[in-house]
Unconditional design. Structure first.
Lengths: 577, 708
């Protein structure tokens, strides 16, 4: 057990250690300052502007910025959809896979463009290498960079005053990719290859089994098909960009995506690296790193609390199996705990940690089956998603979501001290409240309504395979994941149907852009305001008290919105054991 | 005037709000009866729509009442008695909220009624042309138009707001200010504004009408105190947005619970789905009814607290802005210092002794009725036991020379002695005029007094300099502590004075203000305000003169004295009927209180929800999954009693908090961080704990009464 906590502690330690260097590097990138990579990348950046004909130095107001975001994402969506539909006529398709079904292709295209990476398809049997590389991997970069660009625009809303422009989307986008995502993905991909993650254009390989097995109709099987492909390059960005869409169907529990404990550690680190470091970037850009640390502290405290519950729940094992007299305690001979659906090479601790990491960030990749977690162990990842993906959250999107909570927290706190609330010197007024409320409100509505419709209509109910509260949990999880752009699945429901592909695609679209637009609108409103100087009448927003308050606001909103639904799902399942 | 939190806003603090409270006192029972009637009248859905949170409760009440009727007819989803009880308490929730608003309004209404009596139709003596002695005809006051001229004589009620263009008279303005002492109104200068509804006591005035009927000062005040024109303030709108967001979330939560419950029953093949009655009850318990119900009352009560301090806020926005003020511009005279200078020391020159100087100075001041003159007489008496009165043993043959603007000195001639006192440069010129020389020592003393912030008054006898009387500005007692408090609140105080920078520096240091503006002119004042505003600060100031009007219009919170001129009153967004310059500090506190009360009750309301979940969820779903009963940590008797207790608690807490809403959360200047911590503990943590206790108690009572 001690070893478990040491592993978790080491993970957090390394993560927090990297926050400052990466965070200040990113701040320099977005402020257009010189970095050690500038001599190498600046020429490429200029080349990009020259080829695309985009003016990188033109400042945009929030509406222009938002239109650029939406247009760019729409084009990406259409391209990705088209690519899947005509993949059979395109090269790099050694398995000769046919065109992807329209509903599946639409769902997958939306999923990758919105940084969700919900996958209703099975990668190795549906998508050609070309679609994976030119489609999904490219979108993994672009959707991540879109989130980061929106965040940076919002931060400029706080930093600048009495103006109207919040930066240039094309510049923010290009820099996010060239200076941040590409170099990190390059290094991580090489590290993953060193651990055995495949990176090849070879078609699937037939290999002989060491030990023949009996098939379902009693025939002897001694051959196995090993799916291959250019996996390492996609896995690296899927983790760094909090995308999460696996190259293979079983995602990071596949030995070719995540072969060793070390690759597992690196991938988990990659998931939270940028979202955590962006907090520091934020602090640096607004000129007070304490504000960034305060937000990071609030996130980390929620994360550690949630992680502890999952680890505890999973390590306690399955009560049904305990009743049969099976020993599930951890010892030198076994990891113990609930091992159903987990890889032996990762064990309980690293599976529980992964599940918490991937759901706190809007990553959604898995290295174990969340569906097989204990009720409470499964409740935590689901609730982390339902909190709005703001505990670290997606790259960029996590922090701008959290800033909406900060605005609400500051507003109520400001009233309590008798002053029109302000944050970072900007007065929080009716317009900001409206937009922040939308950011908090919309995912909740999508999740609750989506689930309600699905448990009412026959097409929705048809996909539910499990009885009792667990079946309900699976539907609730699916909509939580899509509505908050997480992408992980409890699994267990038949989601590759026209109904689920369509409704979940719309959930993902609404969950992404109905949050991005209000976030930019806040930036547009803040940037016009004057900066109010700090006085002793100003509420300090970096103190432990404020951190506690922010945590309370996030938790209370999450609890009030989802406790009734959760009590009919995982809570009922837990109490009924 | 430090506010005792127990007293703030509750009752009459010393010397405040005389009229208002006098007229308020006998109402008592009548006020409550009227408020109860109004609470029912406000059930009108069109009125309720203004408050989305309470409108949702009203719709819920209608729905459960319909379900109750259905149950009475024998097709109910639950026992008719249970549904009926829920419906009843939901209606009470709405009524309690309406009652709080009506009660808050009633105070304003009583005040308005009193003011209206002052505004009765009167007859006006309209002049054919604006000149004393011109022909006039008697017309009703409503016939007066802007720029008409009228005459008012002793005993007349002034028929309309206007500006005095001729004459001087004493006017009884107690109808508006509650102050029974008459005030002087005269043409020209800063006392030329008269208000319709006030009464001329002596002499006559010729007045030019500045406001058409129905738009006068009194009309505006009446509509303001009545709340007829009450518009939501920016901050209130922002809070309403947040409350609406919470209401939408809970609406969605409760609406979707029905399909969830149906599905759960279907897949688990057991139990009963949740009833609509319970869902409505859950909804009402969750939406922020406590703050939603009390929000209008809080706003009205805030305005009301100002009225009781005899301040009329011409916009609710200004009251809120007052809580945000970063910079206070305060006039030195009257606010920081007592209006007058006082003699504190006699400094003689040459061979003259101090008692000799004191005697001469006293003699010269015997007839001087200015406060400075009297203070010289008093000081001479206290220090050297010299006779202090000009009355009985006045030496014969005394001839007093009064102060004049030309000579800038005053004095006395007796027994061949000629004593003069006055401003240093005036007396020095006088000495030289007499062919005598001014001693260097005198010049040095004069300079050192000026440097220390005092005013030197030079005394000469027969053209010979005797010495200097040190006149000092007396800083008000306790003002320094008050400014320290302001600093803790994060407010910067700036003293505005016409004095030279030397004097200003000394007084600023003594009073403890953060900054000062010396040799202030209307232009420099305006410039200063603009500079602070450009730096993102909110500025508050008081003023009374016409030349203050531009600065008043520019300031975010501008308080005009009621004694001030019409332009000043037009430019301001608050009017202080008592014309007390220190009011600004109280206004800031009231503004802060207003916001704090909203914040505290919002936090309380939302914290309550967390506790209520533990009551309602196990009760609501116990029929589907009995295992959820484990969440019933309060061990409430039955699911029905649990739901009913929560609804009753939710309604009663509104009544319980009405006094707090009307009185406001006490403000203590302790700095933002501590204030936040204290309020979070009281209203956040309190909000978590109180429902557990309250609901458990109600449940026990219900069980004891066999109602559950």
């Amino acid at each position: 057990m001690t070893f478990t906590w040491i592993q978790l502690g080491l993970y957090l330690f390394i993560l927090l250690l990297l926050v400052k260097p990466l965070g200040s590097y990113m701040a320099r990138v977005y402020e257009g300052e010189r970095t050690f990579l500038t001599p190498l990348i600046r020429p490429i950046e200029h080349l990009v502007y020259r080829i695309t004909g985009l003016r990188g130095d033109e400042e945009m107001d929030w509406k222009t910025y938002a239109v650029a975001v939406l247009l760019f994402n729409l084009v990406g969506l259409l391209l990705l959809y088209g690519l899947q539909r005509i993949q059979s006529a395109l090269p790099l398709n050694p398995q000769n896979l046919g065109a992807v079904r329209p509903d599946t292709a639409f769902n997958a295209a939306v999923s990758f463009v919105t940084n969700t990476n919900w996958q209703s398809y099975s990668g190795e049997t549906t998508m050609s290498y070309l679609v994976q590389m030119l489609g999904f991997t490219v979108q993994n970069f672009l959707s991540a960079a879109t989130g980061m660009a929106i965040l940076v625009a919002l931060v400029r809303g706080f930093v600048r005053h009495s103006g109207s422009t919040i930066g240039n989307f094309w510049t923010d986008m290009t820099r996010s990719i060239l200076y941040i995502l590409l170099p990190l993905a390059f290094v991580l991909a090489l590290a993953l290859v060193s651990q055995g993650v495949v990176q090849t254009f070879h078609s699937s390989q037939q290999v002989s089994l060491l030990q023949p097995i009996q098939g379902a109709s009693n025939q002897t099987i001694n051959q196995q098909t090993l799916a291959l492909g250019p996996a390492a390059s996609q896995v690296a960005i899927k983790q760094l960009g909090t995308n999460g869409g696996g190259f293979f169907n079983v995602n990071s529990s596949h030995p070719f995506e995540n072969p060793t404990p070390f690759s597992n550690f690196l991938e988990m680190l990659a998931i939270l690296l940028i979202p955590a470091a962006l907090c520091y970037t934020f602090g640096k850009m607004v000129g007070d790193t304490r504000k960034g640390w305060a937000i990071l502290a609030a996130m980390t405290i929620i994360f550690v609390a949630m992680l502890s519950v999952t680890v505890w729940a999973e390590q306690s094992g399955n009560p049904a199996i305990t009743k049969l007299g099976v020993d599930q305690t951890a010892s030198s001979f076994q990891s113990g705990g609930n091992m159903e659906g987990k890889e032996v090479r990762f064990g309980v601790a690293n599976s529980a940690l992964w599940a918490t990491v991937t759901t706190s960030a809007s990553n959604g990749s898995v290295n174990s089956m969340n569906d097989s977690f204990t009720p409470l162990g499964g409740l935590v990842p689901m609730w982390l998603i339902q909190l709005g993906e703001v505990v670290y959250g997606g790259v960029g999107s996590g922090l701008y979501g959290m800033l909406a909570f900060v605005i609400i927290a500051v507003f109520v706190a400001g009233l309590m001290i008798g002053r029109t609330p302000e944050y970072l010197g900007k007065k929080i007024e009716s317009y900001e409240m409206k937009m922040a409320s939308l950011i908090v409100l919309i995912p909740i509505i999508i999740v609750l309504f989506g689930t309600a419709i699905s448990v009412l209509v026959p097409a929705g109910k048809a996909g539910v395979y499990n009885p009792g509260p667990h079946g309900f949990s699976e539907v609730l999880y699916a909509f939580s994941s899509a509505g908050n752009n997480n992408g992980s699945a409890f699994a267990g429901i038949g989601a590759n149907t026209t109904y689920y592909n369509t409704i979940l695609a719309f959930a993902m679209l609404l969950g992404r852009y109905w949050l991005a637009i209000p976030a930019l609108a806040i930036a547009g409103s803040l940037v016009r305001k004057k900066t109010v100087p700090v006085s002793s009448g100003t509420l300090p927003t970096h103190t432990p008290l404020f951190i506690v308050w922010l945590i309370m606001v996030v938790i209370v909103v999450g609890a009030l919105s989802f406790l009734p639904a959760l009590s009919l799902g995982p809570l009922a399942e837990y109490l009924m054991r | 005037m430090t506010q005792d939190p127990r007293l703030s806003g509750v009752g009459p603090t010393q010397g405040q709000g005389t009229t208002y409270l006098r007229k308020q006192a006998p109402l008592g029972v009548k006020v409550y009866r009227q408020a109860i009637i109004d609470a029912f009248l406000k059930l009108n859905p069109r009125w309720m729509l203004r408050n989305p949170v309470m409108f949702v409760v009203e719709v819920g009440s209608v729905l459960t009442t319909a379900l109750w009727v259905q149950a009475l007819l024998g097709h109910g989803e639950a026992k008719a008695s249970f549904i009926g009880a829920i419906a009843l308490w939901l209606w009470l929730t709405v009524l309690f909220a309406n009652f709080s608003e009506a009660l808050a309004e009633s105070r304003g209404k009583a005040q308005a009624a009193a003011l209206r009596r002052a505004r009765q139709e009167t007859r006006a003596k309209r002049l054919s042309h604006p000149k004393y002695g011109a022909q006039y005809d008697l017309v009703p006051s409503s016939a007066l138009r802007q720029n008409d001229a009228f005459i008012v004589e002793a005993g007349d009620i002034i028929p309309a707001d206007g500006e005095v263009i001729e004459g001087v008279a004493s006017v009884d303005e107690s109808a508006i200010t509650g102050e029974s002492a008459p005030v002087i109104r005269e043409s020209g200068g800063d006392r030329n504004a008269v208000t319709g509804g006030t009464r001329v006591l002596s002499d006559w005035l010729i007045v030019r009408v500045t406001a058409s009927p129905g738009e006068g000062f009194l009309d505006r005040i009446i509509s303001l105190v009545e709340g007829a024109k009450r518009q939501k303030t920016p901050n209130e709108i922002a809070l309403n947005t947040l409350l609406a967001a919470f209401t939408i979330v809970f609406l969605v939560v409760c609406i979707t619970l029905l399909p969830y419950s149906l599905f759960s029953v279907e897949v688990s093949h057991q139990g009963m789905p949740v009833t609509v009655t319970v869902l409505v009850a859950l909804l009402v318990c969750l939406i922020p009814t406590t703050i939603g119900g009390l929000l209008p009352a809080i706003g009205i009560a805030g305005m009301d607290r100002l009225i009781r301090r005899n301040i009329i806020a011409l916009s609710g926005r200004a009251v809120e802005a007052a809580g945000d003020v970063d910079v206070l511009l305060l006039d030195k005279t009257g606010t920081i210092t007592l209006g007058n200078r006082e003699a504190v020391e006699f400094i003689s020159v040459g061979k003259v002794s101090e008692p000799e100087l004191a005697e001469a100075a006293q003699l010269a001041s015997l007839a001087d009725e200015t406060p400075e003159g009297r203070s010289i007489v008093v000081l001479a008496k206290e220090k050297y036991g010299l006779r202090g009165s000009a009355g009985r043993d006045e030496p014969r043959g005394m001839h007093f020379i009064p102060f004049s603007a030309q000579t800038r000195m005053s004095g006395v001639d007796l027994d061949g002695l000629s004593i003069r006192k006055g401003a240093a440069d005036a007396i020095m010129a006088y000495i030289q005029q007499q062919g005598k020389s001014v001693p260097q020592e005198l010049k040095a003393i004069v300079e050192s007094i000026s440097k220390a912030g005092g005013t030197p008054l030079v005394v000469a006898r027969n053209g010979e300099a005797l010495g200097v009387v040190y006149l000092k500005d007396i800083v008000k007692g306790g003002i320094k502590e008050r400014f320290t408090k302001m600093r803790k609140m994060g407010i910067k105080t700036v003293m505005i004075t016409g004095d030279n920078p030397l004097t200003a520096t000394a007084i600023a240091a003594e009073a403890g203000v953060d900054d000062f503006l010396a040799e202030a002119t209307p232009e420099t004042k305006l410039k200063l305000i603009r500079e602070y505003q450009a730096g993102g600060r909110l500025v508050a100031m008081t003023g009374d003169g016409t030349n203050d009007a531009p600065a008043l219009a520019q300031a975010d919170v501008a308080v005009a004295m009621n004694t001030g001129t019409q332009p000043a009153r037009e430019a301001a967004n608050m009017i202080d009927l008592e014309s007390s310059p220190t009011k600004l500090i109280e206004i800031v506190e009231i503004g802060k209180q207003l916001l704090m009360t909203r914040g505290a009750l919002t936090t309380f309301s939302i914290s309550n929800d967390v506790s209520k979940y533990f009551v309602i969820i196990p009760a609501a779903f116990a029929s589907t999954y009995p295992a959820l009963g484990a969440m019933n940590i309060l061990h409430l008797a039955t699911p029905e009693s649990a739901v009913l207790s929560a609804v009753i608690f939710n309604a009663l807490i509104i009544i319980a908090l009405i006094p707090l809403a009307l009185r406001g959360v006490p403000y203590r200047p302790v700095g933002a961080a501590r204030l936040f911590r204290n309020n979070l503990l009281v209203y956040g943590l309190g909000g978590l704990i109180v429902p557990f206790i309250g609901i458990k108690l109600i449940d026990m009572i219900l069980v004891a009464l066999r109602l559950a």
